[in-house]
Design a protein around this ligand. Structure first.
Ligand SMILES: [Zn+2]
Length: 532
């Protein structure tokens, strides 16, 4: 059997297996049970929260051969055909690519005819806000006097772009972003069913990187399983995501509590030398400050089993509430301003220095320069020479930024590893291969199985990273289709396998091991051999 990606394999097929959307499920279940059906539904919510999944379940609920039901049987031909995407009366339209009026005319012509197989003809229009104005107007006609056999299910990430005339005719449901905890629980459950093991900290990292999208979480988990080649370890996932080790952040805040700028900049240098993303670092720093603030005002809100609980509580004792608020603001602003900074290192270290330079005015909530209130003691006072700490000279990156593409030798897998992107955007870089680059525009190929990585927001992140690298705007085009496999991910995989092979060879060739094998009839368990 071929391997099926987790996101598809574990796609919920009924209301009860849909995670984290209880409020929507309850309302729809009641409506279906009492046969109070509306002719148009609108599902809103950020990407990957399950809008189209919910639309398909609703289509089954309306067309199941057992009758209109909140618990579609899943085995009748209507249910199975909807699950496999072959049901003739379920028409899915992606408005992002079919924005025009012609597509809507086609839909209208089609809507006149009675359903071929099912009870209802169901039109699912995804990303409906992308429709042109004329297309909306044309759709409105069908909306105002819908034939009995028609149901519309609209889905969008941006309901504000939908005309009020359309909105007012829809029953609207807002799908919530998945909480990290819900994602973590669900990933743990799936791995248990798949009989694959993972370190809890590894799953927490994935849940964090998925930013509320279960679909992203599952595709990251897929990649983590392939990457780790067995047990999904925290270390492997951290490397895969380019995630920031929390230890850096704790050391930064410890140094901040001591007002030790030297120590803070030393940590920043270390991060720089490991090519960590400062954008992610500021994001994670803000998240950590939020947890510390929580620990201060509601210590119970921190889970008992939370990793690093003690370190968070210790920091909560060292800062006062206003300081935390201010540092949090500085981290947020620092992240916002990062694209404008001379380079990421400068932007990051300036944010750190700002945390030291300003402290909240106890009388009001206004931040005043630290020097105006009291002289910071010890290491916080720097002579201007060291305080201005210039970023270390990085020959590769520098010349690339100045020389507009000069530093790119066509080795895309290598560049994909160097680019300062994290999470899903990093996966996009590592799973794609170079099709074409003329110094102005870049075309990347991406396999069908990884096409979910090509979401607009991740393309934007990758484009920003390319711009940072080349020092100018680079047009980016992602083409989904066959790829030959010259990707960073494939390369890393091959290297890992080679290392594993060598390690196994070394063990097999070891005289002592041979003696053990001969004397005790021992065998080597291949999986247990780890390259050093
Ligand atoms: Zn059925």
């Amino acid at each position: 059997m071929s391997y099926q990606v987790l996101a598809r394999k574990w796609r919920p097929r009924n209301f009860s297996s849909l995670v984290g959307q209880d409020h929507v499920v309850r309302a729809l279940t009641h409506a279906l049970e009492q046969n109070r059906l509306h002719h148009a539904y609108l599902f809103t919510g950020t990407r990957g929260v399950g809008k189209t999944t919910l639309a398909r379940i609703l289509a089954k609920a309306l067309n199941c051969e057992t009758g209109i039901t909140a618990t579609p049987c899943g085995v009748c031909s209507a249910c199975t055909e909807i699950d496999s995407g072959r049901f003739v009366d379920l028409i899915e339209i992606d408005a992002a690519t079919n924005t025009g009026i012609d597509n809507m005319r086609e839909l209208q012509d089609n809507a006149v005819y009675a359903p071929t197989r099912g009870r209802f003809k169901v039109f699912v229009i995804d990303e409906v806000h992308m429709l042109s104005k004329q297309a909306f107007n044309s759709m409105l006609k069908t909306f105002e006097e819908p034939p009995e056999h028609i149901k519309f299910i609209l889905a969008t990430t941006d309901p504000q772009k939908i005309p009020v005339t359309v909105l007012s005719r829809c029953l609207q449901f807002n799908l919530k972003q998945m909480s990290r905890e819900a994602i973590y629980e669900h990933l743990s459950y799936i791995l248990q069913q798949e009989k694959t093991t993972a370190e809890p900290a590894a799953l927490r990292l994935i849940a964090h990187a998925a930013q509320g999208s279960m679909r992203d979480a599952l595709s990251l988990l897929d990649q983590a399983i392939a990457y780790a080649g067995g047990k999904v370890s925290e270390e492997a996932v951290r490397a895969m995501l380019g995630a920031i080790d929390q230890d850096y952040l704790f050391r930064l805040l410890d140094a901040l509590a001591q007002q030790d700028i030297k120590a803070m900049l030393a940590v920043a240098d270390e991060m720089e030398s490991r090519s960590l993303s400062f954008d992610s670092a500021l994001q994670d720093l803000a998240a950590l400050l939020h947890q510390i603030a929580l620990a201060q005002s509601a210590p119970d809100a921190l889970g008992q089993d939370m990793p690093e609980r003690e370190r968070i509580l210790a920091l909560a004792r060292q800062f006062d509430a206003e300081e935390l608020q201010l540092h949090y603001q500085i981290a947020l602003h620092g992240r916002r301003d990062l694209p404008l900074a001379p380079d990421e290192y400068a932007g990051f270290s300036m944010s750190l220095m700002r945390m030291l330079a300003f402290r909240p005015d106890q009388a009001g909530a206004v931040a005043v320069p630290a020097s105006a209130k009291k002289k910071p003691e010890g290491a916080a006072v720097q002579d201007p020479g060291t305080a201005a700490h210039a970023p270390p000279f990085r020959p590769g990156a520098r010349s690339a930024e100045d020389g507009a593409g000069a530093a790119f030798d066509g080795d895309w897998p290598k560049l994909a590893n160097q680019l300062k992107v994290s999470g899903v955007a990093r996966q996009l870089a590592q799973q794609s291969e170079l099709r074409n680059f003329d110094g102005e525009s870049m075309e990347l190929g991406l396999a069908h199985s990884a096409k979910h990585l090509a979401d607009r927001i991740y393309q934007d992140k990758l484009r920003t990273a390319l711009q940072g690298y080349f020092g100018k705007h680079v047009a980016l085009k992602i083409v989904i289709g066959e790829i030959s496999g010259n990707t960073a991910a494939a390369k890393a995989q091959t290297e890992r396998q080679a290392r594993q092979g060598k390690a196994l060879e070394a063990i097999q060739g070891d005289a002592f091991v041979r003696e053990l094998m001969d004397t005790f009839d021992a065998t080597i368990v291949g999986d247990s051999v780890k390259p050093t």
